[in-house]
Design a protein around this ligand. Structure first.
Ligand SMILES: Nc1ncnc2c1ncn2[C@@H]1O[C@H](COP(=O)(O)OP(=O)(O)OP(=O)(O)O)[C@@H](O)[C@H]1O
Ligand SMILES: [Mg+2]
Length: 232
């Protein structure tokens, strides 16, 4: 596992991370032995062309999919050493995740969607509602609490997903194209919120984005190219 002290300090790290898919007799290599380390309060943007493997990388780092090679440590725990239930608990405690396509629960209101991670973590309902409401107000959705995902615009859904990822106050938040549907002003508001939380709570952020203006405001920008991460 290498240097245990260093692993403890990083909120996320991976070594030699690889992912390939078997396509008939051929193997398609999407991630090719890459290494990354993210520390508390650090904000990293990952850019790269469509199909370069950005979502695949986030899914591996977030424990949603299993790599072909290498290891991932999340909050000091090696993901492959945990069973599915332990991984789920770790994710709920330590990680906020914003999927490229939101994955909000369609039957539930914006407020209920944002409350969900807190309720899973056994926070009392009144406190969950209060914290969820505050965050929804912070992303400009105080007037849409009772709306279900189908009654929200694409950008509003994105912001509900962002609020949901932040509500448990995780040490690390991964966001896959979080501002793709947002106008410049609203996207800048999300950027400001990430910066504020990285300073006030030492929250670390890993953001996949095509928005170069957003990427350049982060601490580091990495490009995913030929299955590897290089400085952008
Ligand atoms: N289950 C799978 N089987 C085979 N190939 C896959 C599978 N999932 C993803 N891929 C391939 O892996 C590559 C990377 O996909 P990924 O979704 O990670 O790209 P991306 O960088 O997130 O693209 P975008 O910017 O369009 O979201 C693509 O070429 C895709 O076809
Ligand atoms: Mg993607």
């Amino acid at each position: 596992m290498g240097d245990p002290v260093k692993q403890d300090q990083a909120v996320l790290s991976c070594r030699n991370l690889g992912k390939s898919y078997e396509e008939g007799p051929q193997s398609v290599v999407v991630l090719d032995g890459l290494t990354l380390e993210l520390h508390p309060g650090e904000r990293i943007a990952i850019v790269g062309s469509s199909g370069s493997g950005k979502s695949t990388l986030l899914n591996m780092l977030g424990g949603l999919d299993t790599p072909t090679t290498g290891s991932v440590w999340l909050a000091g725990e090696e993901l492959s050493a945990l069973n599915e239930k332990q991984r789920g608990l770790l994710r709920n405690r330590a990680l906020g995740f914003v999927y490229q396509f939101h994955h909000l629960l369609p039957e539930f209101s914006a407020l209920e969607n944002v409350c969900m991670p807190l309720l899973i973590g056994r926070t009392a309902i009144a406190e969950a509602r209060q914290r969820a409401t505050q965050l929804l107000e912070r992303v400009g959705l105080g007037h849409r609490l009772a709306h279900k995902p189908a009654e929200l615009s694409g950008g509003e859904r994105q912001r509900v997903a962002i609020a949901r990822a932040l509500v448990n106050r995780p040490g690390l938040v991964m966001l896959d194209e979080p501002t793709g549907n947002l106008d410049h002003h609203t996207a800048q508001g999300i950027q400001d919120l990430m910066k504020e939380l990285s300073i006030s709570s030492q929250t670390a952020f890993l953001v996949v984005t095509h928005d170069l203006q957003l990427a350049q405001q982060m601490d580091r920008v990495l490009r995913l190219e030929d299955g590897k991460l290089v400085a952008a």
